[in-house]
Design a binder for this molecule. Structure first.
Ligand SMILES: [Fe+2]
Length: 390
């Protein structure tokens, strides 16, 4: 049995006005200090004030939120007892909101014990809304929660299907001021979700549609949004691409680019989108070299996005080349070396990188599952910027 789930999506100009239609008394807003400083929290609270919904802001979420932060949020939400929880920000804030709402009903739990198999029934107390301020993670349309175990430099994939937000609000005003670097980092995440979701062994014809459109929109509109942040059409299309990417991989699974990227990000503290986007072309080459099935799937994306025509292999390779060209165009690193990581430190970390990648479920949901030896080669090739030839 398979299911496809997604929130009610409110999008386009004026989408924030939907807040005035919300039934509720108290909203608990999970965000970070930068979002507050940028005035984006006020855009939300002004709407809540207009309909006399009380609110409290928890603004302590850091990038790649730690277990400790979730614990603090759990204490604050326990005191406030809201009937809405709003994750406002990038993926970190939205993931933190999903974890904190579980602690509203289970304050006894440690955040790393939030489990996929447990039932929480948090909607008996509060509903969950996400308002993204980046166009990347698609966390507004996925139930997964990624937290960081800072003591062990490890990312934890937690959450339960219950954590699918009830509502996602995509208002272009929330992303209009995003700087080019964040636009590029998060945009590469969109592209990676779209492509990895489309070739995942857990993908189906239900998840194919969102994945294809997300890939097409990201390829076309990411460079535009990067070059001109005021291009509102590009901003809106990237918001749409981000949520479609989330609907695609969130209802199938991401792949090797995410496994390798998570590992690199956990050890070297580089943003999620930059790391997964970096590994995307290398891991695509690895799958092209070993899987005709996945090569044919990449070719479908390439043809749909009008990147190339010809044989499956030609199209798949053209898609890889297109992704590298796009990454270069939006100032992203093409190799691990480009990230400024010292070679000796990287070499030392290889066993840790392999161990982390092997422990990701996403390593298992591809048509060519790498063992330790291949993962080591992928990590070494990616450092040098060498195309995968095995
Ligand atoms: Fe991602």
């Amino acid at each position: 049995m398979w299911t496809f789930s997604c929130p009610l999506i409110v999008y386009g100009d004026g989408a924030l006005e939907y807040l005035a239609q919300v039934q509720g008394k108290k909203a608990f807003i999970v965000t970070d200090k930068n979002i507050v400083k940028l005035g984006l929290t006020k855009l939300v609270t002004d709407q809540l004030d207009a309909v006399s919904i009380k609110w409290e802001v928890f603004d302590e979420v850091e990038p790649e939120p730690s277990l400790n932060t979730i614990k603090k949020g759990g204490v604050a939400i326990g005191k406030y007892q809201p009937d809405w929880v709003i994750g406002l920000g990038g993926g970190s804030c939205m993931d933190a909101a999903k974890a904190i709402i579980l602690l509203l009903v289970r304050p006894d739990l440690e955040p790393d014990a939030l489990s996929v198999t447990e039932t929480y029934n948090f909607r008996a107390k509060a509903r969950l809304m996400c308002i993204p301020t980046t166009s990347g993670t698609g966390a507004e349309a996925t139930w997964a929660i990624v937290l960081t175990d800072t003591a062990n430099d490890r990312k934890l994939g937690l959450g339960t299907t219950e954590c699918m937000p009830d509502v996602a609000i995509l208002d272009p005003v929330m992303v209009a001021g995003m700087p080019p670097l964040i636009t590029a980092d998060t945009g590469m995440d969109v592209l990676t979700h779209a492509i990895e979701g489309y070739v995942s062994t857990w993908g189906t014809s239900i998840t194919d549609g969102p994945g294809l459109i997300a890939a097409r929109q990201a390829l076309e509109y990411l460079p535009k949004a990067y070059k001109n942040g005021n291009d509102l059409e590009a901003r809106k299309e990237m918001q749409n691409a981000a949520i479609l990417g989330g609907m695609s991989f969130g209802n199938s699974m991401a792949g090797l680019g995410h496994s390798a990227g998570h590992a690199l990000g956990a050890i070297f503290h580089i943003t999620h989108g930059r790391t997964v986007g970096l590994f995307l072309p290398y891991t695509m080459e690895y799958l092209i070299n070993g899987s005709e099935e996945t090569t044919a799937r990449y070719a479908e994306i390439a043809r749909f996005c009008r990147v190339a025509s010809g044989s499956d292999k030609e199209c798949a390779k053209a898609l890889v080349a297109k992704i590298r060209a796009l990454a270069k165009e939006v100032g992203q690193p093409l190799s691990v070396k480009d990230c400024g990581i010292d070679k000796a430190k990287y070499d030392e970390s290889i066993p840790g990188l392999i161990d982390r990648a092997l422990n990701e479920v996403m390593t298992m949901t591809v048509t060519r599952v790498p063992g330790e030896e291949d993962l080591e080669k992928i990590f070494r090739y990616a450092y040098e910027g060498k195309s995968i030839d095995f």
